[in-house]
Every structure is written in structure tokens, then in C-alpha cells.
Design a protein around this ligand. Sequence first.
Ligand code: NAD
Length: 463
Amino acid sequence: MVMGDLVREVDVAVVGGGPGGYSAAFRCAELGLETVVVDASRRLGGACLWEGCIPSKALLHVSAVLGEVERAKEFGVDFGEPRIALDALRKWKAERVVGKLARGLAGVAKAKGVEIVGGRGVFEDSRALRVEGDEPQKIRFKHAVVATGSAPSPLPGAALASDRVMDSTGALELSDLPERLLVVGGGYIGLELGQVYTALGSKVTLVEMTDGLLPGVDRDLVQPLARHCEKLFVKIRLGTKVTSLHEQGSQIEARFGEGDTVAFDRVLVAVGRRPVSAELGLETTRVRPDAHGFVAVDERCRTADPRIWAVGDVTGEPMLAHRAMRQGKVAAEAIAGRPAAFDTVVVPAVVFTDPEVAWCGLTESQALREGRPVRIAKFQWAASGRAATLGRSDGLTKLIADADTGRVLGVGIVGPGAGELIAEGALAVEAALTAEDLAATIHTHPTLSETLMEAAETLLRPT
Ligand code: NAD
């Protein structure tokens, strides 16, 4: 077919089939709008399903199982040395986890009548998209949603094109298990995948540019994770940048700052992600990405171009799938003319390491920085019955509450299961609950959820 042969008219064209894009498309279709999704890979799921959240959590589950097996020795259960069949692990991840969910998404799209067009969408103006690639065509739309996501940032000043230098996508393929792995970046990805590779048998060195892991997160929440990583990893080098990478035969030599050079078998670069907004033809519309490539949107997710909406990583931080999904639904409702706004108070965040770290809303350090009068409650898991039964007393649950009203403004949790427990914190902040509300709610005994109630109770005691 010659490009341009086919011109189709739709109500909504969504560019990008990740969590933001498919959430927008599904809701548009439910609201009776004819909707197509344009995605270069001709499938839904985006980075989250194919090369991010889902495969990494599958591998982190394996890593958690291996951790539990090791811990079981403490209470007299010894399974012997684990044997890991990489082929079977890759197959399970690809077919039983990613493949299964992908088939589910494709089924939902079909059921809702959302068509997926394979190719790169490029705007020709504020009414039309050109699709380049497998299924070339022109799509005229009443509304478009930009949901193009983000891509891994290269290592500044030391980028090296080599199979041995991986980003998160490459690392999740598990093409082999390097004996010595260098992880650059002590954020979400560096810590999660650093732990996965350690569990599978690699010797991991982690380098972080700032003076602590997970910059921006309250230090008392990071400490139990940092302590565990110090045991797992060969070395953690804080306040250090990798200034050069050189391939020497089958190894990569990394130079740290102005100092020593160390050889590794592979390197994982996890120094952040950047929005994908270039080469989309946005200059033919009224959308103007900022200097970093982010597209500004209002509370309804509308860009500076009234026909064009944007959701997900391309609209800014935090680049998290659940924020994108909420934005997608808001944009769809707004396109359908319904009252909708991204007026969400909190976007909870979880680092799925061992132990997990999760937080939402105001952090203690932010309150301090902004001089906000708050009261902080901390409940150490050493006093939790459930934590004791799990052999995990190293956790902490903290609440950040308004000093006058007791309203819960933020919650932070570190410990196994923190990623699930934070949902109660998010609900508390979103629904403007007070510490008294949390304390007066019966929490099942013995569970880790009691730690939220216990933390709240400390705020009710006279100071
Ligand atoms: P990140 O922002 O979490 O961490 C990057 C880290 O690299 C920071 O600690 C930073 O100080 C450090 N860094 C930056 N430049 C450096 C350099 N030159 N040398 C050494 N260290 C350097 O980014 P990420 O880990 O790459 O993850 C990207 C994004 O993906 C996250 O911000 C998050 O939005 C998303 N993500 C989320 C999850 C989750 O929700 N569990 C998991 C993975 C990724």
C-alpha cells in the first residue's frame, strides 16, 4: 500500500499503547468514542508490560523466593543450594507472565472495539496523524492523546555502545549472568535489578552519584534497605560518578571519578529516564515540549493545543505507570465532555526491593524543608507480632500528620509487603483521614497493617 492511500476518521487517536495510552483508549471506547491506538510495536502494554514493571517484578519475585529460602535456615529449614535454570526462568517470565497479560490486554481491546494500528504516529497538524511503518495510513482525529512514555537516559559523558552495557530493557532479557556486574545509579532500577542479579549469582557493585541511595526518600526509610544492600552487594560507592567506560576484550573497564578503574563483565546503566516527545511532529501542532522534552498539561491533561491531550511519563514526574493510568482515564472523561480532573493528592511510590520501600504524600524531609508544622509518628516493626513471625523485624512505618488537626499528610513504610501496605496510606491521605481515624479502625491481628494503626496511636498520646 502507498502511504496515504488510506485515510480514516476517528474520534480519538491515542499515540502510544502503554498504561497511559491503553487506559485512555479503553475509557474513550466505553464512553462511545471511536478510538484507535497507534503503537510502533502493534501491541498494548508499553514499557511497563514488555520491559519494565511486569518483567522486573516477576524477577524480583524469584529473588524474594531465593531470599526466603536463605532466611529459612534461621528456623531450621534448609533446602540446599538453589539451582537456577535460566532458560526456564526466561520462558516463565515471557510466556506465563508477560505473554499472559499481553493476551489479556489484546482481548480487552477487542471486546471494547479499540483497534491497534502498528506504526509510528507523526502529527501532520492538529487534526491528523501520519502512521509510518507496518500499516502506513493517515488518521484524521477529533482528539489525540500523546502517551509516548519515556526511554532510559544514557550515561552522561560516558555512553558506550556495547552489548555489555545494558539499560533496564537489556538487563531484563537476562541474556546471561555476568560474574561481575556494575550498576550505575542507586535509584529504583539500580536497586531492584541489582538485587535480582545478586540473587541469581552475580557479584554486584553499585555506584551512586549522590551521597545516598534513593535520593529524595526519607533516610530512615532507606536505611534498612541500604543495610541489606551492603550485605548483598560487593560494594556500594556513594558520591561517585562513572567518568568513562571502555571495552577491553570481553570486559568493560569503568573509571570512577578521577580515581581507580575497575573491570566488569557487564554494566547496567540506570540513571533515570527521559520523555519521548521528539520526532512526533509536535511542531505542526500547538504543543511545545519544554527543554527536557516534557509536555505540559492542565488538570484535565489537555496540552496547549485544544485537540491534543497528553498522559503518562511524557507529561513529567513521577514517571509511574499508575499515575499514567489515572491520567489516561481523566483525559478520556474530559474528551467525552465529562467533568474530570487529575486532582489526585498523592501518587504512591514503591521500590520493590527486599525490603520494599513505599511512600506517599508529604515526606518528613519535605515538611522540614518547607517549614510545615507536622507531627511525625514512627512505629518500629521490632514491636510487631506479625513481623516477628515472619522473621522480619527490620521494618518501619511512619506517619506525617498536620500538627494542629492530626490530618495524615504523608505515609512511609519500609519492610516486606510495604508496597501493598502503602495503599492504606494513600487512601488515608486522599480521603483526608486523621491519625484518630486510623487508630480507631480495627486492623486485623496479627498483620503488618497494624503498624499503621500503632503509628497513629502514638500521635494520640500527649506529647
Ligand atoms: P531514578 O531517578 O530512580 O534513579 C537514578 C539514580 O541514578 C539516582 O539515584 C541518581 O542520583 C543516579 N545517577 C544519575 N546520574 C548518575 C551518574 N552519572 N552516575 C551515578 N549515578 C547517577 O531512575 P531509574 O532507577 O533509572 O528509574 C527511572 C524511572 O523509572 C524512575 O524514576 C521511576 O519513575 C521508574 N521506575 C519505577 C519503578 C517502580 O515503580 N518500582 C521501578 C523502576 C523504574
